[in-house]
Design a protein around this ligand. Structure first.
Ligand SMILES: Cc1cc2nc3c(=O)[nH]c(=O)nc-3n(C[C@H](O)[C@H](O)[C@H](O)COP(=O)(O)OP(=O)(O)OC[C@H]3O[C@@H](n4cnc5c(N)ncnc54)[C@H](O)[C@@H]3O)c2cc1C
Ligand code: SF4
Length: 328
């Protein structure tokens, strides 16, 4: 590992100033970054430790919630407001990693964790456009069981591995950012990028920009929400596929619905087509399956991941069944 210096800023403005140094990288829980450094995928000159920056979880004036970026995943999952008003977020966090890792991992780091494509981590032996632009992609035509069925390109077919971000996408979360040029906000669903011809760029984050918080709005659909993760092992494994959904019923009809899929793209995938079909309709098993079918019609599969299409349809229907009491 290359030698590096270490800074621990006390404020957000000190952190963004420190990040302006060449080769500076933010370090939060370190659960992804340190692995990347060990594998020689990241070689920062300076680590800027942001793990002691704001980690509070506060109500917002409009009835939403503001979660500090340094809040630990385990703390967010256990917070009473998250558990009761945003259960999909609590469940998604608890489905991720292990208790020890959740105790270290932060909200900001979770959003920015990198893909788990095995070729990306194999710096010594594999071609990977995300790690080294222009080198090729060994997942196309290789082991691609975990890879994307939506939004992939000829340059990269990786998925984003976060469970938490799938829940945040369904909750219409907003990412608060601070940089040398001031503050800005980006919808979580627009924060991660599809690979296109620049798979090495994962997000719309600007150089040196810090995630300071995640904001959740108030919503009855959020309070009636759930997360389901399908994986090869029942714990300590990344998602093959996951579904986050929230739903509000009124007069026997679906008034509001949000569905996001994980494990299918380089970003959490909002199932807008399925939502459109279901909004205003009475909940039935047939409608759930038809809506999921319409969403999955645009899927493009590879040798190892064609099973995700059927798995996604059934998992969407099962989660909506759980939220409505309709047997799916
Ligand atoms: C064995 C193992 C199993 C796992 N299983 C799962 C799983 O099942 N599901 C899942 O979702 N995740 C899983 N994870 C990933 C884990 O959730 C992430 O590693 C963790 O969330 C990253 O958070 P961190 O605070 O440790 O980030 P770090 O490792 O410190 O940082 C990650 C990245 O975020 C950047 N960063 C951190 N904070 C900020 C900020 N505030 N602003 C801007 N940039 C920032 C860093 O520069 C770095 O690039 C697993 C990890 C391991 C090691
Ligand atoms: S899918 Fe993406 S991350 Fe995986 S090898 Fe190809 S370019 Fe690299």
């Amino acid at each position: 590992m290359k030698p590096f210096s270490y800074l621990r800023p006390a404020t957000i403005s000190e952190a963004t100033a420190a990040a302006a140094k060449p080769g500076a990288v933010f370090h939060a829980g370190g659960t992804n970054l340190v692995d990347l450094m060990r594998q020689n995928i990241e070689a920062p000159a300076t680590l800027v430790d942001v793990s002691r920056l704001p980690a509070t979880i506060d109500d917002t004036p409009d009835g939403g919630l503001l979660i500090g970026a340094a809040a630990r995943n385990s703390v967010v999952a256990a917070h009473p407001s998250v558990r009761t008003r945003y259960p999909v977020l609590s469940r998604a966090l608890l489905a991720g990693a292990s208790a020890q890792i959740r105790n270290m991992a932060t909200v900001g780091g979770n959003v920015l964790q990198r893909t788990r494509c095995a070729y990306f981590y194999d710096a010594a032996g594999s071609r990977c456009n995300k790690r080294e632009a222009g080198s090729g992609c060994d997942a196309i035509g290789g082991f691609n069981r975990y890879h994307a069925i939506f939004g992939a390109s000829e340059h990269c077919i990786a998925t984003h591995p976060s469970d938490m971000c799938v829940a945040l996408a369904a909750l219409d979360a907003t990412v608060h950012l601070a940089g040398r040029d001031g503050e800005r906000r980006v919808a979580l669903i627009d924060f991660h990028r599809l690979p296109g011809d620049q798979p090495q760029i994962d997000t719309v984050l600007r150089p040196g920009e810090l995630i300071t918080a995640i904001e959740l709005g108030p919503s009855p659909a959020a309070a009636n929400s759930a997360y389901r993760k399908v994986r090869d092992r029942s714990s300590y494994a990344f998602a093959l596929l996951s579904v986050a959904a929230g739903l509000e019923l009124a007069g026997g009809k679906i008034k509001d619905i949000r569905i996001a899929l994980g494990g299918v793209a380089a970003k959490p995938w909002r199932a807008s087509r399925a939502e459109e079909i279901l909004r205003g309709e009475a909940p039935t098993k047939e409608r759930f399956l038809a809506a999921a079918e319409a969403e999955l019609a645009a899927a493009k599969t590879f040798d190892g991941n064609a099973f995700k299409v059927e798995l996604a349809k059934r998992t969407v229907a099962a989660v909506l069944g759980e939220l409505t009491g309709v047997n799916a």
